[in-house]
Design a protein around this ligand. Structure first.
Ligand SMILES: Cc1cc2nc3c(=O)[nH]c(=O)nc-3n(C[C@H](O)[C@H](O)[C@H](O)COP(=O)(O)OP(=O)(O)OC[C@H]3O[C@@H](n4cnc5c(N)ncnc54)[C@H](O)[C@@H]3O)c2cc1C
Length: 344
């Protein structure tokens, strides 16, 4: 998303950018996503939800997103919904394939299966795809299942660090979803997400209710807490009332029915609570890292002259919470192109 937006903007400004795409298809995780590009309706909500994020970068995303979305529409990107469906947020849902095609067409020169030796703008999508980096920063000694494109393995971060870049806050944080604790395919990233932890009693393998306080609407706090439990697993235990709850366009019972790791409460490794009807073993799927390269408001990599970063490579924007990764990639992708061209 960030790389294509940067290149599309650069082309518009009269440059001849080249997108070097390591993967076999363009669009990264964006093309796999639900493609809701959003911001918090209220600035104060953004600050409250992502309190440890860099306020100056957050301001840039929050103020620049509406223009960014209008720009995507002006390029011909197909909008599927003009609302996010969440009263706390504003934004639009795009068709991910249509958005990818629009950006590729505007960017002009997208080369698949290759990496750049001397990139101007780093937009490799974070380090969730690298087990060593995940074990180092996020889950000491362990791994997490990937819920993202398979190519984002921290190449941008490594290159930036080799050149003396500074790191952002929140290197141990990530955005993800609790998924059934079993293998899953790309097509299952969205439908299999077990996004009803707030209606469940949540236990770890030892039978401890480990999450204290209220689970957030995004449930990203619960997902990260799950990653810190023994074996990075949790049990969602549901009663009849929980199964009847609505999550977006589905009932909790319908989401549970898709999980191959659902069991009878009698089969739990600890005593089930009264009224338990079903239990699902879940584990975090990591979508993208939250921390990474530190950038300034102009997408310049702090500590390295002439290098820019955008998207999940640029960390520290949603630290402490969850915000739209597509929004940050769109806004800072465009800014990276604008700043880079002023310098060249
Ligand atoms: C199932 C799912 C649902 C999601 N839903 C939403 C949503 O509704 N709203 C939202 O805001 N976000 C959503 N996201 C997150 C969103 O997709 C990401 O935040 C966004 O794509 C990040 O943009 P990016 O440019 O940093 O990374 P990407 O879009 O992943 O692009 C990174 C690209 O870099 C390439 N690459 C990696 N290494 C190299 C290298 N060395 N050389 C060349 N190329 C390289 C990768 O192949 C990839 O194409 C979702 C993600 C998933 C997986």
């Amino acid at each position: 998303m960030a790389g294509l937006c940067a290149a599309a903007r650069a082309r518009e400004l009269g440059a001849a950018p080249v997108v070097h795409e390591k993967g076999t298809r363009p669009g990264g995780s964006m093309v796999l996503s639900s493609c809701v590009i959003w911001r918090f309706r209220q600035w104060d909500d953004f600050r409250a939800e992502c309190p440890a994020g860099d306020e100056r970068l957050q301001r840039v995303v929050w103020e620049g997103l509406d223009d960014g979305i209008a720009w995507l529409e002006s390029l011909g990107a197909p909008v599927v919904a003009h609302e996010t469906g969440n009263p706390r947020t504003v934004g639009k849902r795009f068709d991910p394939r249509g958005l990818t095609e629009t950006l590729v067409r505007t960017a002009g020169d997208v080369r698949l299966g290759e990496s750049a030796r001397e990139p101007a703008i780093l937009a490799t999508g974070g380090f969730q795809g690298d087990e060593v980096l995940v074990a180092e920063h996020i889950r000491p000694g362990g791994r997490l299942r990937l819920r993202a494109n398979p190519w984002s393995g921290g190449d941008g971060l490594r290159l930036a660090l080799e050149r003396g870049a500074a790191l952002s806050a929140g290197l141990d944080e990530f955005y993800g979803r609790n998924m059934p604790d079993a293998d899953f395919s790309e097509e299952e990233f969205v439908p299999l997400a077990q996004l009803y932890g707030r209606y469940a009693r949540v236990y770890n393998e030892r039978g401890e209710e480990f999450f204290e306080g209220e689970i957030s609407w995004s449930e990203n706090d619960l997902v990260q807490a799950t990653a810190r439990q023994p074996g990075a697993r949790a049990w969602y235990v549901l009663d009849d009332r929980a199964l009847e709850q609505q999550v977006r366009d589905r009932k909790v019972a319908d989401i549970v029915a898709l999980a191959s790791t659902r069991v009878d409460p009698a089969a739990l490794p600890f005593a089930a609570p009264l009224g338990a009807r079903v239990a699902v073993r879940v584990a975090p799927g990591i979508t993208h890292t939250t921390g990474g390269i530190r950038i300034d408001e102009h997408a310049r990599v702090v500590g390295v002259d002439g290098l820019f970063a955008a998207g999940a490579d640029a960390g520290g924007i949603s630290t402490g919470g969850y915000a739209s990764g597509l929004a940050a990639a769109l806004v800072f992708g465009r800014i990276a192109a604008e700043t880079a061209l002023n310098r060249l």
